[in-house]
Ligand binder design. Structure first.
Ligand code: PLP
Length: 360
């Protein structure tokens, strides 16, 4: 595989002995293949359909004609919590032991994992406390409370909310359910790839995946590279939170000094640890896009589906556009994951304005 990520495979351990965070790529290919196989088995047994639906893969005709490629949208915005996040959260909670469930669950989330966890906990009869940054859109806070969980607003951004949630888990014994850095969460998110490869069995050039902490792309990349290694997996990040791109460039997870919150769902300063391991081996490239590109993609999706996505939810389409422009490809089949639709109504004006006029 000739991948941006795979050029990083030669990293060596600092002590040449115990694998550190920096050098786990030093695992031999056979070990890596075994780990991949294990993750794929976990994806295939993830119990997501207790709560999630199999979402449609929908052609975007106008965008396809504009770009000269067949564009298909994986409609994760149609999930019961209006994002794919229910898949990973439910898989994690369903796999907790009875004693872990009895202690109640806690997480930190910019909003969509929060709603996924709230619904998962409600379905499985587990108490849930969710720590969210104070900047979280109102709709997402309401979505958590409506599903019977307790929302606690703390900190201006995700890292502060996360630190507080970990502190509370430690102090009160709650079971922490990570938003992305966890094999079960990754397994749940990977079920998106199981569906899309089943729904589209013909030639497929690339799948575009939005990246925050890397839960979705880790699961999708693991499954696709195991089954269809010729299909490219392209990560798409906001320029304001491109933590995977920075980590790949540095060959180590870095903490971004600043993160913008326009695409609040992906406003993460550091790619997850396990997520980075999957990404560095199985992701072919990362594309970054600006906020205006994201808003244009919200419009593209509206034109194709008559549905509104949130900025993070439209990221993959924005990246797909950028990739086609950059690579000059045509007559290929490209899939973008429409990952979420939780946007406050009063933010729509801002999105429309930034998308610009369609036919100036
Ligand atoms: C709508 C949406 N898209 C994409 C992502 C990115 O997912 P991940 O953190 O698994 O990379 C998120 C994360 O919350 C999200 O809410």
């Amino acid at each position: 595989m000739t991948t941006a990520a795979s050029t990083l495979d030669s990293a060596q351990g600092a002590d040449g002995n115990q694998p550190s965070e920096r050098d786990t790529s030093a695992y031999c290919p056979a070990d890596r293949q075994a780990r991949l196989k294990q993750q794929v088995a976990s994806i295939l047994s993830a119990p997501v359909y207790d709560v999630a639906i199999e979402t449609p893969l929908q052609p975007a005709q106008r965008l396809s004609a504009q770009l000269g490629n067949q564009v298909l949208l994986k409609r994760e915005d149609l999930q019961p919590v209006y994002s794919f996040k229910i898949r990973g959260a439910y898989t994690r909670v369903a796999r907790l032991s009875p004693s872990e469930r009895a202690r109640g669950v806690i997480t930190a989330s910019a909003g969509n994992h929060a709603q996924g966890l709230a619904l998962a906990a409600q379905k499985l009869g587990v108490r849930a406390l969710i720590v969210m940054p104070t900047t979280t859109p109102r709709l997402k806070v309401e979505g958590v409370c409506a599903r019977g969980a307790t929302a606690l607003l703390h900190g201006a951004s995700f890292p502060e909310a996360l630190a507080h949630a970990l502190q509370l888990a430690d102090r009160h014994g709650y079971t922490f359910v990570p938003p992305f850095d966890d094999p079960d969460v990754i397994a749940g998110q990977g079920t998106v790839a199981v569906e899309l490869l089943r729904q589209h069995q013909g030639a497929l050039h690339a799948v575009f995946v939005p990246v925050g902490g890397g839960g979705l792309i880790a699961g999708v990349a693991a499954y696709i590279k195991y089954l269809r290694p010729e299909v490219k997996v392209i990560g798409v990040e906001s320029k304001e939170s491109a933590c995977l791109q920075a980590a790949l460039a540095a060959n180590s997870r870095v903490v971004l000094p600043e993160v913008g919150g326009f695409a609040d769902g992906v406003a993460v300063a550091q790619i997850g640890k396990l997520n980075f391991e999957f990404c560095r081996h199985y992701v072919d490239a990362v594309v970054t896009v600006g906020n205006d590109d994201i808003c244009t993609a919200v419009r593209d999706i509206y034109n194709a589906t008559r549905s509104i996505t949130e900025p993070s939810g439209a990221l993959a389409v924005a990246g797909l556009r950028e990739y086609v422009r950059r690579e000059g490809i045509c007559d290929k089949t490209l899939i973008a994951i429409n990952s979420g639709a939780n946007i406050d109504f009063d933010r729509l004006g801002q999105v429309i304005e930034r998308a610009g006029r369609e036919n100036p």
